[in-house]
Write a protein that binds this ligand. Structure first.
Ligand SMILES: [Zn+2]
Ligand SMILES: [Zn+2]
Ligand SMILES: [Zn+2]
Length: 284
C-alpha cells in the first residue's frame, strides 16, 4: 500500500525529514499537561504526555528488519526520552509500548511506537513492583530455577530471552538483562546485547507464527517511587488462531486469570528449534 497521506512520512508537517528517528507529540493525546478535572477517588486529571516514536522515515520497513545499529538508535532515543519525561514531579510512571498488526490495535502502519508519561503507576507495574525487588526478585530467581534452561530460548551476553513460568499467551517472551531499575542505566555492551536479542526474538516469532505476527512489545522500568525493580522487556504475541491454541477469553475477562493448554517448556523448545533454522538460513 502506498503511504498516501501518512502523517509519519517525510513531507508531513509533523515530520523532520532530516532525522531518521524522532519523537513527536501524539495528535490525539489521551494525556496532556493542561488536563484538569477529575473526581477523586474515582478519577484524576489525565495529566501527562503522549508521544509517538517515529522509528524510521521509511514507511515500509518493520522494526524486525532494522539493522542492529538503527534498532539501537531507536531504543536509545526512546529510553532517553522516557528518562527525561519522568523528571516531572507530577509524573509517576513513564510507559512505552509498540503494537504490530491492525488486529493488535495499529491504525497507521508506518513503523512507530508510543510513550505515555502517566500521573499514576499502571496496575500491572504496581503488581510487578511487589515481586521484583532486592533478594526476593522473581526475575532473578527465575534464572536460578533448576529447570530454567528448558524455558530459555536464547541468550546473548548477560541478556536472557525466555518463555516465563506462567505466560499469558503461548510464545510470550521476557527479555531480561541483569538486575537494574531502569533500562537506560544498562551499560553500553548490555544495551547492544538487549537490542540484538530483541531483534532476534522478533524474527523468531515471525518465523514461528507467520510473517506478520501481531504483538505488543513493552519496556517495564521501575516506578520512580519504588525502592527497587528489575527492568525488563516483554514481548506478547496475540494469537487468535484456534487451531494453534485453545484459550478461554471468558475466564480472562471475568477473573483476570489466564488458562493455556500449552506448556512454556514446549513452546521454548519449538522456538529454539526454529532459531537453529533461522541462524542456519542467515549463515548459508
Ligand atoms: Zn508513513
Ligand atoms: Zn532481579
Ligand atoms: Zn513486566
Amino acid at each position: 500500500m502506498l503511504p498516501d497521506n501518512c502523517p509519519f512520512c517525510p513531507g508531513s508537517s509533523e515530520i523532520d525529514s532530516s532525522l531518521d528517528v524522532q519523537i513527536i507529540p501524539n495528535r490525539f493525546p489521551p494525556y496532556t499537561l493542561s488536563a484538569g478535572g477529575g473526581t477523586p477517588p474515582f478519577s484524576i486529571p489525565a495529566y501527562g504526555v503522549s508521544e509517538i516514536v517515529i522509528e524510521s522515515l521509511n514507511h515500509n520497513t518493520d522494526f524486525s528488519e532494522f539493522g542492529l545499529e538503527h534498532a539501537l538508535k531507536v531504543v536509545r532515543t526512546t529510553l532517553e526520552r522516557m528518562r527525561q519525561l519522568q523528571e516531572d514531579p507530577k509524573i509517576k510512571y513513564v510507559h512505552f509500548f509498540r503494537n504490530r498488526g491492525r488486529s493488535g490495535g495499529v491504525s497507521i502502519t508506518h513503523p512507530h511506537s508510543q510513550i505515555f508519561a502517566l500521573p499514576f503507576v499502571p496496575p500491572r507495574i504496581a503488581k510487578e513492583t511487589e515481586h521484583l525487588n532486592g533478594h526476593r526478585c522473581a526475575l532473578c530467581k527465575a534464572n536460578t530455577l533448576p529447570d530454567h534452561a528448558e524455558r530459555v530460548v536464547l541468550s546473548r551476553g548477560e541478556v536472557v530471552v525466555y518463555v516465563p513460568y506462567a505466560p499469558r499467551t503461548p510464545y510470550e517472551l521476557i527479555i531480561q538483562p541483569t538486575h537494574t531499575r531502569y533500562l537506560w542505566d544498562l551499560g553500553s555492551a548490555q544495551s547492544v546485547d538487549l537490542v540484538y536479542a530483541l531483534l532476534l526474538a522478533l524474527k523468531l516469532l515471525d518465523r514461528t507464527l507467520g510473517d506478520e505476527t501481531v504483538y505488543t512489545l513493552t519496556f517495564h522500568n521501575s516506578p520512580k517511587e519504588a525502592e527497587d525493580f528489575h527492568a525488563h522487556v516483554e514481548l506478547i504475541p496475540v494469537i487468535t488462531d484456534r487451531r494453534r491454541v485453545r484459550f478461554s477469553r471468558g475466564l480472562e475477562r471475568s477473573s483476570g486469570s489466564y488458562l493455556l493448554d500449552t506448556l512454556p517448556e514446549d513452546k521454548a523448545h519449538e522456538l529454539r528449534t526454529n532459531l537453529e533454522e533461522l541462524v542456519r538460513i542467515n549463515l548459508s
